[in-house]
Design a protein around this ligand. Sequence first.
Ligand code: NAP
Ligand code: MG
Length: 490
Amino acid sequence: MSTTAPAGLDVGALLADSAHLIDGEWAPARSGETFDVVNPATQDVLARVPRGSAVDVGAAVQAAAAAFPAWRDTSPAARADLLYRWACLCGENEQEIDLLERMEVGRPRWGPSPVPRTLIYTAGLADKITGQTLPSAQPNVLGMTVREPFGVCGSIIPWNVPGPIMVTDVAPAIAAGNTIVVKPAEDAPLTCLLLAKLALAAGIPPGVLNVVTGYGSEAGAALSAHPLIRRMSFTGSPETGSKIMAACARNLIPLHVELGGKAPQIVLRDANLERAIPAIVTGITLNTGQVCAAGSRLLVDESMRQELVGAIAEAFGKVRVGPWYEDVQMGPLISARQEKRVLGYLDIGRQEGAEVVAGGRKLTGEKYDRGFFVEPTLFDRVQPGMRIAQEEIFGPVLSVLTYDDEDEALAIANGTRYGLNACIWTSDVSRAVRLARGVQAGQVTINGFGSRGVIGAPWGGYKHSGFGRTMSADSVLDYTQLKTIVINGD
Ligand code: NAP
Ligand code: MG
């Protein structure tokens, strides 16, 4: 395996060459085929992984089905302990997990990986899955509900934040007694393989967690269509989400989908701009804008447009861009395909008549030429109907739109097909409450970006951003089905 990564993480020592995890064994694809995973800052090959196909997915699903009865019948307390041990191992290996994810995704360090915390939180839910006793019209009849796992679950993961998204699906599924097969994204499957390796080392039994690498149209499609899958989860684009839903419809199984976003940053006239500006910049440059929650539309009162646009353009000019192993704030885009997409939107924005006031180009020069680097870009004079105001670019591109009053701000904020999250900047509590209630989105932050350390905040979308919620105290319950039991004591 190639180990050309600059900052010393030896991927070959960490992961088996060209192997994915089926039934506790590291195995190549049955076809023997592989594909390369590259570092997007340099295009150096980080590792090879199997190009799994329907036959590999079939083997993984069979392994998960075979492991299911014993895992379902394992004491919930024992399942909690095993999840906790997995969390501890992820904590001990936090540096490796984070570095591997940074290498394959191309992002700078954000701070500690959230993976151990998510696992600890979910471990604590594993032994708290309860049903109810039910009132009865007959004195000698006892009614109750119990919560039972579905069986084998399938999870399809995107490339932008692979580790946290994988555990967000896997941990509640197995906490509830399900087994699971994960298909990571082809562009960033390595973190998922490392997390699976640590799960095995923690003592989670073979077959409970399986990872099949491969292409979406092959391994992904086979997984979502497999007749033994009883519940699916998907995080990715609305277009693929719709295909997964169609496959689940054919098999009549439930799913949740976490899709894209076009989050508005609504800045009111009384906002504290000193606080807002850095958060707005971070909100669109974090992970090079390749975040479903990216704040990609700036909605400003016309009276403050010039001041805000000037300040953000200046801040964009100061964003340090470079490879993940340098002290930078923003890395490259993940792939040539993603770069083409983002540069395409820069052309579209110009053609639509929006005005580039910062960035707007591919970065060139020795540091950038081997990677997929673009400048953080600010488009002013964007109209709500323009494609750059409607479509998810998934890059560091911020569109400025103006409104005349609060009603218009809300109409623009709600005027896309998405509804994942929104930010509102104001010092006026009444306006904050009105707008927070009026925005059609699964998460609204007042005077900040993201969930700001709130623990157990449910995550998920309205409209085309998807349905179902992850990360909350209900996350484990969502991986159970309710059974009513009636005991007739007559
Ligand atoms: P994508 O192209 O939809 O891919 C997501 C996953 O689906 C990948 O593993 C992909 O495999 C697989 N896939 C592709 N075609 C498939 C098919 N026909 N059947 C089954 N699986 C298939 O999305 P992406 O480009 O990786 O990720 C970006 C999108 O994800 C954005 O829209 C972003 O907003 C969204 N996202 C949402 C959230 C959220 O929480 N709401 C979080 C992160 C990302 P390949 O990698 O091999 O194509
Ligand atoms: Mg894809």
